[in-house]
Design a protein around this ligand. Structure first.
Ligand code: NCD
Length: 307
């Protein structure tokens, strides 16, 4: 039985197969409309989410399966003091696969170790968010045509942003990628990441101003300042509008630079940028659903030729 805790749980070849399957689902959704008939996905969300939870639910429903679950810890037995280990043992009796989001780093690992069904980490604290990374990689592969040979700028909250940590981890396995980390000093990418890049001899630079580097980027990954992970409101208020991607800043960028964002957006991309053909963040949402469909099928070992 396989789980998905980190994007590195799949080899790059396996990821390619997953993206090929997701691309085929996009082209011919009818072929996959009943491959999960009779199967149940549980969404165990201990932390707020719209996109990720609905994306999993839509993915399972589009495969013909059904969905059960809870969307905040307050409405689950966690409010009565039940442990994640016990909850997953219970869910294992009801469902065939579980997507779990939890505010604590490592919660999905604990769940996976006790589970009788595949567990997908749908975000654990500030740590990892592997299915967002799958959506990001699928978007890059579709829009850029390949997963190597580009310079990517990651901008915003690089300290607490789990999507950033997961994406960097996943990208270091591809050739000829360089990173530009754009953040205020307080929200720099954690040292364990820069240490890993140094060890692997992967080029990166750290800057504060987006305008200084935007012209050199092939891709810009914007992120929101992660309010819920701040210890005090004052710091959040001071940093929340540090970056705003505007039409003027987009004018400085190359005509092919892709703009990605895991969403939700707060103020960091002004809405006028949405009309720009380089803006890919709503496409990312669509790819996210197809890739989750492919992931559910893969973890449930459903024959990809069925249907
Ligand atoms: C991200 C997350 O939950 O980490 N959202 C998402 O799942 N697409 C990004 C965020 O909340 O900023």
């Amino acid at each position: 039985m396989r789980h998905l805790m980190s994007p590195l749980d799949f080899t790059t070849e396996e990821l390619d197969e997953l993206f090929d399957l997701a691309a085929d689902i996009e082209i011919d959704p009818e072929k996959y409309a009943h491959v999960c008939d009779g199967k149940i996905l549980a969404t165990a969300f201990y932390e707020p989410s719209t996109r990720t939870r609905l994306s999993f639910e839509a993915a399972m429903l589009r495969l013909g399966g059904k969905v059960i679950g809870f969307s905040d810890a307050g409405s689950s037995s966690a409010a009565k003091g039940e442990s994640v280990s016990d909850t997953i043992k219970v869910i294992s009796q009801y469902a065939d696969i579980c997507a779990m989001r939890h505010p604590k780093e490592g919660a999905a690992f604990v769940a996976a170790s006790k589970s009788e069904i595949p567990v997908i980490n749908a975000g654990d604290g500030g740590h990892q968010h592997p299915t967002q990374t799958l959506a990001d990689l699928m978007t890059i592969r579709s829009m850029h045509g390949k997963l190597d040979g580009f310079k990517i700028g990651l901008c915003g909250d690089l300290k607490f942003g789990r999507t950033v940590h997961s994406l960097i981890n996943a990208l270091v396995r591809y050739d000829d990628i360089s990173f530009v980390f754009i953040s205020p000093p307080e929200l720099r990418v954690p040292d364990y990441i820069t240490d890993m890049l140094k060890e692997k001899n992967i080029p990166y630079q750290e800057v504060i101003k987006l305008e200084d580097v935007i012209a050199d980027l092939d891709m810009l990954y914007m992120t929101r300042v992660q309010k819920e992970r701040f210890f005090n409101e004052e710091d959040y208020v001071r940093l929340k509008d540090f970056y705003i991607l505007t039409k003027e800043k987009m004018d400085l960028a190359s005509k092919d630079m892709l703009v990605l964002h895991p969403l939700p957006r707060v103020n960091e991309i002004s809405v006028e940028v949405d009309e720009d053909p380089r803006a890919c963040y709503f496409k990312q949402v669509k790819y996210g659903m197809y890739v989750r469909m492919a992931l559910i099928m893969t973890l449930l070992e459903i024959d990809t030729e069925a249907g």
